[in-house]
Design a protein around this ligand. Structure first.
Ligand SMILES: [Zn+2]
Length: 224
């Protein structure tokens, strides 16, 4: 008798085993693929800056990123999300510390780090929520609280294939604050890639609508 395992079950097993696989396999660099560490010293020196880059603060008090998506940061993000290496989120999240300090320097209160909510079908597919993992690692590195305050009000198609005007329509009203969430006065939004700034603007709109006064944003990379 042949056993057939449904793709859903395969995914469940793989995502349950991911931490074990990560422990057993020698780590490889998420950018150059050399063996030894999730981000090797050479790639760290080349792609992870000590000073963040300010980016246009569309609807936010301030915004910053580590650097452009083209190059090592984009490779690391793709390895994390599509190559199934959640451990890279720890490295990228911790690297956000100076960027968070930079945007939060004028915050009137201690800022809570809030990940941009990921579409649930993508979380299910990958077995992890990359933005949440990055925010948690950043919170640990900064000693800042992390809270998943935002939810998506409907599923959305992937944004990177959508045209700029389509994006605005896709994102319009797509986020809301989670029911029963206790809202902080100041928030730093955390995302992987900033494209037009429309996602951060929508997140800030939802937070402001619920009474959050001060919102800034940090992403790992920006697209030019
Ligand atoms: Zn490397």
């Amino acid at each position: 008798m042949m056993w057939t395992i449904s793709p859903n079950v395969q995914r469940l097993v793989l995502s349950a085993l991911a931490p074990v696989i990560e422990l057993l396999a020698p780590p490889r660099c998420g950018i150059c693929d050399c063996e030894g560490a999730l981000l090797c010293q050479a790639c760290r020196a080349l792609w992870i800056p000590t000073r963040p880059e300010p980016v246009p603060a569309t609807g936010l008090r301030a915004a910053a990123a580590l650097g452009p998506y083209e190059g090592g940061l984009g490779t690391a993000i793709r390895t994390l999300k599509y190559g199934g290496v959640p451990g890279l989120a720890r490295e990228l999240g911790a690297a956000l510390r100076p960027a968070i300090a930079h945007v939060a320097r004028n915050a009137p209160f201690q800022a809570t780090l809030v990940p941009i909510p990921t579409d649930q079908s993508r979380v299910h597919e990958r077995g992890f929520d990359h933005a949440l993992l990055i925010a948690e690692a950043a919170g640990l590195a900064c000693g800042a609280p992390v809270a998943q305050l935002l939810v998506r009000t409907r599923p959305t198609p992937p944004l990177h294939t959508a045209h700029r005007d389509e994006r605005a329509a896709i994102l319009d009203g797509v986020m809301a604050t989670a029911e029963a969430a206790t809202l902080p006065a100041a928030v730093v939004l955390i995302d992987d890639v900033r494209t037009s700034g429309a996602t951060m603007r929508e997140a800030a709109r939802a937070l402001h609508a619920s009474g959050v006064q001060w919102v800034a944003g940090v992403s790992v990379a920006y697209e030019r």
